[in-house]
Design a protein around this ligand. Structure first.
Ligand code: ADP
Ligand code: MG
Length: 220
């Protein structure tokens, strides 16, 4: 059991890809605890382990050593992840992609579509509703993936460089939408970024360097 209020904890959690001479340590013994309402930016250069850390938090990867524990009541639908790369389903249009979490949760199709359109509007993507993923740009796809997270409304929101392919103003809008959703639901929100302006908008910041999640006092 996790202490009250905590959603997920990492204790000395490490993630290694490959074995022997080919082994890459993506995350070295990370310690982290996330509670409802937390807003954390994970900053660090490319290759520093940010995505790997999010995948550990999401349960997409199991730690090679150490532990990652989630609250007993936190089921798969309570965890939402915006992948860094493309993650839209090519055969579904934008509205159907954004509605997917609710369709999978057996919500009526009309409700799911309405919720998806509302979420798309919050990231200025409502006009894309009927397009296929191949008919939109990378930055637009990124916003649709954020809308899908908003539709899901999970208790643990993990967004991997959600503004990475957006101009400054659009990125700020997407961040507004994520922060407002977290305010509204009380979810914990983790955003990875290498943009200091994005990181500054979250309540706390942790730096990754060479796979190490630095303690706050280690950052120089
Ligand atoms: P970031 O998100 O900060 O760019 P990543 O977590 O993607 O960092 O990667 C951390 C390290 O782990 C990098 O050296 C990367 O090449 C390696 N890595 C990530 N995913 C894999 C994988 N599936 N197989 C092998 N190495 C990987
Ligand atoms: Mg990454």
């Amino acid at each position: 059991m996790l202490p009250d209020g905590l959603l997920v904890t990492c204790a000395d959690a490490a993630l290694t890809f490959g074995r022997g001479a080919q082994a890459v340590v993506a995350v070295h013994g990370a310690d982290l605890a996330l509670a409802a309402g937390d807003r954390l930016a994970v900053v660090g250069p490319s290759g520093s382990g940010k995505s790997s850390l999010l995948h550990l938090l999401a349960g997409l990867e199991r730690p090679t050593s150490g532990t990652v524990r989630r609250a007993a009541g936190l089921g798969p639908y309570d965890i939402g992840l915006v992948f860094q790369g493309d993650s839209l389903i090519p055969a579904l249009n934008v509205a159907e992609n954004a509605a997917l979490p609710l369709v999978l949760a057996d919500r009526p199709e009309d409700d799911a579509r309405q919720a998806a359109l509302a979420a798309l509007a919050r990231v200025d993507a409502a006009d894309l509703a009927d397009r296929l993923p191949e008919e939109i740009s990378g930055g637009q796809a990124q916003r649709v993936a954020v809308a899908r997270l908003l539709t899901q409304s999970p208790r643990l929101m993990l967004a991997d460089e959600p503004t990475g392919r957006l101009d400054h103003a659009t990125g700020a809008r997407v961040l507004d939408a994520l922060l407002m959703a977290a305010d509204h639901t009380g979810a914990a929100l983790v955003v990875t970024t290498h943009d200091p302006a994005v990181a500054a908008r979250l309540t706390t910041r942790r730096t990754m360097r060479g796979g190490r999640l630095l303690a706050p006092e280690e950052v120089s």
